[in-house]
Design a protein around this ligand. Structure first.
Ligand code: APR
Length: 245
């Protein structure tokens, strides 16, 4: 790791543009469970297709809504960690040099002070209408019934979390911004992601094909390791403050 770290620090310092793709692992040290880590991962206890899909929500709106309420409550209690802060501090110290793309919906990068975060999978604190709105649909007056999702009192339309669910398209603008950032980068740090979900993981192939230096920061092996020019097998909270110093 040490020689890797010294090499990566050189690449970061020499780079004009650095892109970061972050995943759930960057929030792990804040106490937010990741999705696929064995035992602690959310998906170990919930079926992702059921809890984070349009079909699952329509079949069990209360169960899915309560799961997101549980996650929102948890997020209200946690703090950004050293990894989030290192990214925010670096961006502040080097204006225009770092572009942060995240798969996370927890808002911790933003709370650490990162600006213009490219959020590929939405924001778990936001809601949106499940179906196309009627002219009377007004989120401010959506009525929540106990553990059920709030509904438009005029047409019954339900609110759902403003996140990208399995099988759904990513926000086109965010994906275009991400691809643009990757096209212009010299170094891409891939931090805390298992690299199994597309199109996010595809951005790493794009960086590799362009000849950018790809650096993976993850205590475990990932599906993207074969694309890496350097791998730092450390926790993000430990590695990023050093790599971005
Ligand atoms: N520092 C860095 N990486 C870590 C840490 C840590 N402290 N702890 C765990 N990891 C790594 C794990 O080794 C794993 O590779 O973080 C990764 C988390 O992977 P996932 O749980 O699959 O999360 P992610 O890759 O972000 O999932 C992508 O899948 O469920 C969907 O939309 C959801 O955005 C999510 C997407």
């Amino acid at each position: 790791n040490t020689e890797n770290i010294a090499q990566v620090r050189k690449w970061v310092q020499a780079a004009q543009r650095v892109v970061v793709l972050s995943g759930a692992g960057v929030s792990a040290e804040s106490g937010v469970p990741t999705f696929r880590d064995t035992h602690t991962g959310y998906w170990a206890q919930f079926d992702p297709q059921e809890m984070a899909s349009d079909r699952g929500f329509r079949m069990h709106p209360e169960r899915v809504w309560q799961w997101y309420s549980y996650r929102r409550d948890l997020l209200a209690k946690v703090q950004p960690n050293a990894a989030h802060r290192a990214l925010a501090d670096f961006a502040q110290a080097h204006p225009g040099k770092l572009h942060l793309i995240t798969q996370n919906v927890d808002g911790l990068h933003q709370r650490a002070g990162s600006h213009d975060v490219i959020c590929l999978h939405g924001d778990v604190m936001r809601n949106q209408w499940l179906d196309t709105c009627c002219p009377l649909c007004d989120m401010a007056h959506a009525v929540a019934q106990g553990g059920s999702p709030p509904r438009c009192s005029a047409c019954g339309n339900m609110l759902r979390p403003g996140v990208v669910w399995f099988g759904e398209h990513l926000p086109a603008h965010a994906l275009a911004q991400a691809e643009q950032a990757v096209n212009a980068c010299d170094v891409m740090l891939v931090v805390g992601t298992s690299g199994v979900v597309y199109p996010a993981a595809g951005l790493v192939f794009q960086a590799h094909q362009r000849g950018a230096k790809v650096v993976i920061v993850n205590p475990q092996a990932t599906e993207l390791d074969m694309l890496a020019d350097a791998i730092v097998h450390q926790n993000a909270g430990q590695a990023l403050p050093v790599l971005l110093q």
